[in-house]
Ligand binder design. Structure first.
Ligand code: NAP
Length: 455
């Protein structure tokens, strides 16, 4: 894929970038390694100050950064502003909490003193997706840099201006040059990079093929990886749920980021007794959604980020329909409009035995399923290769307990949509990946957890 800014609302190529030559990549690696030797000696206090300053820059210049995001990948401008604010939040969270998370921990044994010491590993490679082009990067960078690691970012090829802006922010905040660098390279270059001894570990957020490829290369060189991959998360609504709130949250949970979020609710699993009502209410809300210019204040859904994503979604909808599914609303591109605009879509009667029922729909398409009871709901929720975050709605205490215990996912949210929060670990199981970001668990992924025993 060419490294370029292509406005998804118009299809216009705004700027193209030459990928780095091998020699340029080597020079950046060299700088990262040299910087690490010094940077690992800096104090938590210094790192915290630089990270607080990063947050200040994000807050102060959020309008500029939001504009780049909307231009490069089409999220609504108002959601891009919120994304920059959340990046500032995660920076402040780790600036304040990392010293505690990484403090020595004494463990009582028969040694005179035994303890756990957390030390940085070195260069960490971050392969990141375009869908939350700032948030995905900062939720990696904030803990990694606080731990004393240095970062190399290989961002998605359609968000090069975001990638360069992030390096610039971190450098301007005062971090030593080389602590965080962007590599403008294609995905095919990543496997070879993992062979370099100086790169100690990698994290990837993205698709299953990309994750599998990075994990294979890392496995060959015995390097740790964290993978945050796709999902087709369930949104279960049972009979005692507060229906109005469940429906309005369902719309938000499905449409967040123009429908392109790994933790967006994708499969709506509704108790038979309330299914007609839920469907009617959901349809009424979908009819009011405004698709259009992502910079307009009243737009709910902007364009899909790339032509590929757009075509794949359209193809999935067609396959579902060819195999017996029914479209309640939408089901095609927005008519007479350039750019990658897709209509808000609801599909029902998807044949459960067809592979399409188990695929991730990365766009504004809701799949509706009906179930007789909680047993069927849990079975259907789990009958999928993914396990990222599930949302379940009920006011029955026994049902809550069962849903929390029995749903196979990295997170279960009861009577709420799934969202990431710096204070809570984030990640998946099954083919949604492994490892955790955020919280104390996130900062412990890329450190040497050193056991110290003094007799
Ligand atoms: P993608 O194609 O996998 O791209 C993600 C990143 O991986 C990009 O930087 C891409 O670079 C790179 N890449 C692609 N192929 C690679 C390879 N063989 N080796 C190494 N790197 C490679 O993903 P996408 O389709 O843009 O993103 C959507 C997917 O990401 C969805 O499945 C979504 O659910 C998932 N996602 C998951 C989370 C989570 O936290 N679990 C969050 C957001 C998105 P190029 O752009 O240069 O190809």
């Amino acid at each position: 894929m060419a490294i370029a800014t292509i406005n998804p609302a118009t299809g216009e190529t705004l700027q193209t970038f030459l990928p780095l030559e091998d020699g340029e990549v080597a020079a950046k690696l060299e700088l990262a390694q040299r910087t690490f030797e010094q940077y690992r000696q800096t104090s938590f206090q210094e790192r915290s100050q630089w990270l607080q300053q990063t947050a200040n820059i994000l807050d102060k210049e959020k309008a500029d950064f939001a504009k780049i995001m909307t231009l490069e990948m089409g999220k609504t401008y108002k959601s891009a502003i919120a994304e920059v604010e959340k990046c500032a939040l995660v920076c402040r969270y780790y600036a304040e909490n990392a010293p505690d998370f990484l403090a020595d921990v004494t463990v009582k044994t028969d040694a005179s003193h035994s303890f756990i010491k957390y030390q940085p590993l070195g260069i960490i490679l971050a392969v990141m997706p375009w869908n939350f082009p700032f948030w995905q990067v900062f939720r990696f960078a904030a803990p990694a840099l606080m731990a004393g690691n240095v970062g190399l970012l290989k961002h998605a090829s359609n968000v090069p201006q975001c990638a360069l802006a992030i390096e610039d922010i971190i450098t301007r905040a005062g971090f030593p040059p080389g602590v965080f660098q962007t590599l403008l390279i294609g995905g095919s270059k990543v496997a070879n990079l993992m062979a370099d001894d100086r790169i100690k570990a990698a994290t990837l957020t993205g698709s299953e093929p990309a994750g599998a490829s990075l994990a294979a290369a890392s496995g060959q060189h015995i390097k740790k990886t964290v993978l945050e991959l796709g999902g087709s998360d369930p949104f279960i609504v049972l009979e005692t749920a507060e229906l109005e709130l469940a429906v309005s949250t369902a719309v938000t949970a499905r449409m967040i980021n123009n429908g392109q979020s790994c933790i967006a609710a994708k499969r709506f699993i509704i108790a038979e007794t309330i299914a007609d009502k839920f469907e009617k209410m959901l349809l009424a809300k979908f009819q009011t959604l405004k698709v259009g210019d992502p910079f307009a204040e009243d737009t709910d859904i902007g364009p899909l980020a790339t032509v590929d994503i757009f075509q794949e979604l359209d193809q999935q909808v067609k396959i579902a329909v060819e195999n017996g599914a029914k479209i309640i609303i939408g089901g095609s591109a927005l008519k007479n409009q350039p750019g990658n605009f897709y209509q808000p879509t609801i599909i029902k009667d998807i044949p459960l035995n067809h592979p399409i029922a188990k695929e991730e729909f990365f766009g504004p398409v809701a799949l509706l399923f009906r179930v007789a009871n909680i047993d069927e709901a849990i079975k259907l929720a789990n009958d999928i290769p993914f396990g990222l975050g599930a949302s379940a709605w009920t006011n029955n205490e026994q049902e809550k307990t069962r849903l929390i215990a029995e749903i196979e996912a990295g997170a279960v949210f009861i009577n709420s949509m799934v969202k990431s929060d710096p204070r809570l670990p984030f990640g998946g199981i099954k083919r949604s990946g492994y490892g955790r970001e955020l919280s104390i668990q996130g900062i412990h992924e890329f450190v040497n957890i050193k056991t110290v025993w003094v007799s």
